[in-house]
Write a new protein. Structure first.
Length: 186
């Protein structure tokens, strides 16, 4: 009777572990697919759970936001925006594509915006119809990685090396687990 309980427990753990790992893997895959879909979709109105990722396409917001920086924008009401915040909006000068600039003033007609690196304010007044959302998080790491992968050595360093490191880490963990099990059996 005791041996049956002993046999069931590891099998139950394996089943639970398989379920948890499957759920975790599926969750990660869904998040990555959703982010990729939102990032690469042709429409700037596509938000997932109220958020949309963007990649900065110019130097207009440097030094705070480098070209190719990753920015997460939250869909919000224009009435919640204050001067000094960075917003995403459909920019008329670039055929309605999304732009991210800082709000320098708020008028009855809309937002007056300016890129941090630009000398002049934007000609377009951002109305509620053009407003997409506010910046809630960003990282310049993607800008650094983008520049890095432009060279063959950078591809090896940024892509191939991390993949090999993950494979080696998994192999090391599996080997250590096997050794640990052998010691328990002895």
């Amino acid at each position: 009777m005791g041996s049956m309980t002993g046999n069931r427990q590891p099998k139950g753990r394996k089943v639970r572990r398989a379920i948890v790992n499957s759920f975790l893997g599926l969750s990660v895959a869904i998040v990555f697919l959703a982010a990729a879909w939102a990032l690469f979709s042709n429409t700037d109105d596509t938000f997932i759970f109220g958020y949309k990722p963007y990649i900065i396409a110019s130097e207009s917001m440097e030094p705070a936001f480098m070209k190719y920086a990753f920015v997460l924008v939250k869909k919000d009401s224009p009435g919640n925006i204050k001067a000094g915040e960075v917003i995403a909006f459909r920019a008329a000068p670039i055929r309605g594509k999304a732009a991210l600039h800082r709000v320098v003033d708020i008028t009855g007609d809309g937002f007056i915006t300016k890129g941090d690196a630009n000398k002049r304010i934007d000609e377009q007044i951002v109305t509620g119809d053009a407003f997409l959302g506010r910046e809630v998080w960003h990282t310049n790491l993607t800008a650094t990685l983008y520049k890095l992968v432009q060279t063959p050595g950078g591809v090896v360093f940024a892509v191939i090396f991390p993949c090999l490191a993950i494979v080696l880490l998994v192999f090391l963990i599996q080997t250590l687990r096997r050794l640990s099990r052998r010691k328990k059996l002895e």
